[in-house]
Design a protein around this ligand. Structure first.
Ligand code: ATP
Ligand code: MG
Length: 566
């Protein structure tokens, strides 16, 4: 008899329009109005630390907008402060961006590429009476700057003749003066309501070698002076940055107008904040230098290197960035959403395996000594193409210590004396006897198995619980690192003493774990679901015979729960 087919939805839904945020709207409108024919953006990291998940948001936006609108995105290293910047950070930044899945092709630039041009422009502003050499010390400059409620005071050097400033500026460059003794400042307005406009410093003396320009320069441009002009040189159309630069925009515009050069548009968006962590590179560096974590790539760090080592996929991070969207209003995103996205991705892709983290020995008394059977296990129920594998089964097994209770409560459906449980992909097991040591601790379970109960077509009986296991003789030993949140409170960055808020239980190292033998061949970076435990990734610390796995995330989805409560 033919079964009536219910009405089907159209074969494919129309592609969902790329989510439109206010920035994409502005850019699209600029293109429609013909203000630009081709979008050009840039991602401008300062190489003074490793990239974090907040930078991933900016990368996805900068590269994403360009890609979607048929434009290009430059990578520009904002290397204006040689005291804090290194080539190692530069290399790590480039590796991280590529890992995320973005490429700048031949468009790698450095603010230091423009030091010569910036210097000439500075002279131009001096000659035009729009910049001067100041001799106040750093402390004095701060003191003269005023406050939010009080206007600043003009430096006594402000109105010196342009020729004098020009001469001094050239001598600053020639290395005649010590660090901190002079600065070049823009002459704008010491009474401005915007403190950034109160004669901002453009250059300071720093007799420090630069990782690219060596000792060519001993004066270095400040961020604000370098940034907009670099954007202009590169023909950037939309210079996307985080909200703290909103108050710098008048200055960004002022410099470009004062020079009369091509004028890109700066647009600000809210930075990503995540709960239970800190995000600024300065604070992350403090954690590294203070030995609170094992390095920038410690799997508890919100850095891309840390997340990668933890087992996060670039796809999950990009998905996360697209879900949080881009807006003008600052907020704190729940880390549970980040965990949810990686869980979803790994659920689709990660091979399953059995791993016993806290082993308890089981001996099956009616299973013949020396016999080994291969049972068949599904590699990924979400992906039939992933196939099946053979897992050895024998008389001696390990099960999870927590899957046994000598004196269980009513609803405990795992193993206890006299009770039965199914061994995943294998037989039904019954606990006959508990063996204890002199201290009264359980050291072994003596069990029997139901010879007719092999998982699959012939299985006639069902039992309530199923537990994972490994064959003792075949298992590989491993160390497993379980991670928890790095900080105890939700917004450590709000706290004065944020370093005291570290979660003392953020790392739990389990030694002597037993894994199914197929895992011995895993490559560093390989990701698995350990059944019933979570997702795990092989750590680069692993050596043959001494595997180390990191738990990426547990199976419990707190985000789904948060969302359901809505
Ligand atoms: P941090 O405060 O973490 O040191 P930063 O802004 O000083 O960050 P940069 O290397 O200057 O770090 O940042 C490069 C780009 O990444 C900038 O455009 C910046 O606006 C953006 N960015 C930095 N942090 C975040 C964040 N949390 N969310 C979104 N974008 C960010
Ligand atoms: Mg910065």
């Amino acid at each position: 008899m033919a079964i009536p087919v219910p009405p089907q939805p159209p074969a494919s839904e129309p592609a969902e329009a790329a989510s439109q945020d206010f920035i994409r709207e502005i850019v699209a409108e600029d293109l429609r109005a013909g203000r630009h024919t081709r979008v050009r953006t840039r991602f401008p990291p300062e190489p003074n630390g490793c990239l974090h998940i907040g930078h991933a948001k900016a990368i996805c936006l900068d590269f994403g907008v360009a890609e979607e609108m048929g434009g290009l995105c430059n990578l520009r290293l904002d290397d204006t402060n040689p005291v804090k910047e290194t080539q190692e950070y530069v290399d790590q930044i480039m590796a991280d961006i590529r890992w995320l899945g973005f490429d700048w092709d031949d468009r790698l630039f450095h603010a230091s590429d423009y030091f010569g041009q910036l210097y000439l422009w500075a002279e131009q502003l001096i000659i035009a009476g729009k910049a001067y050499v100041d001799e106040l010390t750093g402390d004095q400059i701060r003191d003269y700057r005023g406050t939010l409620t009080e206007p600043g005071r003009e430096s006594p050097y402000r109105n010196r003749p342009a020729e004098e400033s020009l001469d001094l500026f050239r001598r600053m460059r020639a290395g005649e003066f010590p660090d901190g003794s002079r600065t070049l400042r823009a002459k704008i307005d010491m009474a401005s309501g915007n403190i950034n406009m109160r004669d901002p410093v453009m250059y300071r003396i720093r007799k420090t070698s630069h990782q690219r320009t060596g000792d060519t320069w001993c004066i270095y441009p400040m961020y604000d002076w370098a940034h907009g002009q670099s954007d202009s040189i590169e023909g950037v159309t939309h210079s996307l940055c985080t909200l703290e630069y909103e108050d710098h925009r008048p200055l960004y515009d002022w410099y470009l107008d004062a020079l009369g050069i091509y004028h890109p548009r700066q647009i600000e968006f809210a930075r990503l904040n995540l709960n239970y962590t800190v995000m600024s590179k300065r604070k992350l560096l403090t954690l590294v230098e203070g030995g609170h974590v094992a390095g920038w790539d410690d799997p508890r760090m919100p850095t891309l290197a840390g997340l990668r080592r933890r087992g996060y996929t670039p796809e999950a991070i990009r998905d996360f960035c697209s879900r949080i969207g881009v807006a003008k209003k600052a907020n704190v995103v729940d880390v549970a959403l980040l965990e949810h996205t990686v869980r979803e991705d790994l659920n689709r892709r990660a091979s399953r395996a059995m791993a016993v983290l806290k082993p308890l020995k089981v001996v099956i008394e009616n299973y013949p000594e020396g016999r080994v059977e291969q049972v068949e296990a599904v590699n990924n129920p979400e992906d039939p193409a992933a196939g099946r594998r053979q897992v050895p089964f024998s008389r001696g097994l390990y099960i999870e210590r927590d899957d046994f209770m000598e004196d269980p409560p009513k609803k405990f459906f795992r193993l206890s004396p006299g009770a039965e449980v199914r061994l995943r992909y294998a037989y039904i097991l019954k606990c006959e006897r508990v063996v204890k040591n002199d201290a009264g601790e359980i050291v072994e379970l003596r069990c029997t198995y139901d010879t007719e109960s092999l998982n699959g077509a012939t299985a006639t009986r069902r039992v309530k619980g199923t537990v994972h296991w490994v064959s003792a003789a075949h298992a590989v030993e491993a160390t497993v690192r379980l991670y928890d949140r790095l900080f105890a409170s939700e917004e450590p960055e709000e706290r004065q003493n944020w370093q005291e808020d570290l979660n003392p239980h953020s790392l739990d190292t389990m030694e002597g774990c037993r894994l199914e033998p197929s895992l011995a061949a895993a490559e560093p970076g390989a990701r698995f679901q350990f059944e019933r435990q979570g997702y795990f990734c092989l750590d680069p610390d692993s050596r043959p015979g001494a595997l180390v796995f990191n738990r990426t995330v547990t199976l419990k989805d707190s985000w789904a729960r948060i969302r359901a409560k809505g």
